[in-house]
Ligand binder design. Sequence first.
Ligand code: ZZB
Length: 261
Amino acid sequence: QEYIALKCKVARLSAKAQAAIASNSLIPATANIFMIPATLRPETMYGQTNLFVSPSIAYGIFKVSETDFYLVTDRAARNMAFQGIFTTWGTVTKVMEIIGSDLIGSVVHAPLSSRGDIYVIPMDTIKETKGTGLVTSVPSDSPDDYAMVSELHKKSAFYGIEQDWVCLDILPIIETPEYGNMIAPTLIKKLKINSPKDERQLLEAKELAYKTGFYSGKMVFGPFADTPVQEAKALIRHQLLESGDAFVYCEPDGSVVSRSG
Ligand code: ZZB
């Protein structure tokens, strides 16, 4: 599986993350820390509204250069080491560990997003065994994301977050004849999905959203407006890689890489 790993530079850390990171002597005060979500849909990056972390995953912060550090799961970092993403091939330099719940409320800069800076919020269903363990929220086009932000907005106190961290001001970026320009919210309604726990229906909604977006979608936002998604996808992917805002991150198909070591 080939993901696009997006470099979301930390603009402001939550109080807890700030305290933990400031007291770590291996991370210079001027360091650039990037939270790195993995996506299969670079063409939707204009519509990012939040960054999801799992409250229960322990993330690592890994040194990339004297100035740059990446925040991902240990598993993703180990895979990245064998793809030439760190300085020494096959080697990771982990400078600290931080639990996802401590990152919530931080603000990162999301490349291409019409919002610019976005809040880090929780998603319990993130799998540690896939991607980087961080997910960028695109509620216009991802049913999982729309279900989660709706839930968080309704129950912000329960989740221990500020309601205004959750962005529900959703921008249309792709249009399809089947579901209009709000594919995810339309499918959520159509399939009567009420919560992120409606796993089976969400899976169906995701498959429909992937297929419809790719085969009949056209861009309605950004420099490639009016271009079919099938064409725009590669163009936007290329642009993100060229600008250095993203890199390719691959995972072996099928099986999951061991967590040990
Ligand atoms: C932005 C985005 C916009 C995504 C969209 C999807 C959609 P899949 O489909 O199961 O192979 N993701 C990435 N890592 C994880 C993880 N560890 N746990 C849970 N979800 C994860 O998974 C790939 C997609 O699932 C990724 O692409 C990411 O969300 C999320 F409009 O990035 B995506 C119809 C889907 N639309």
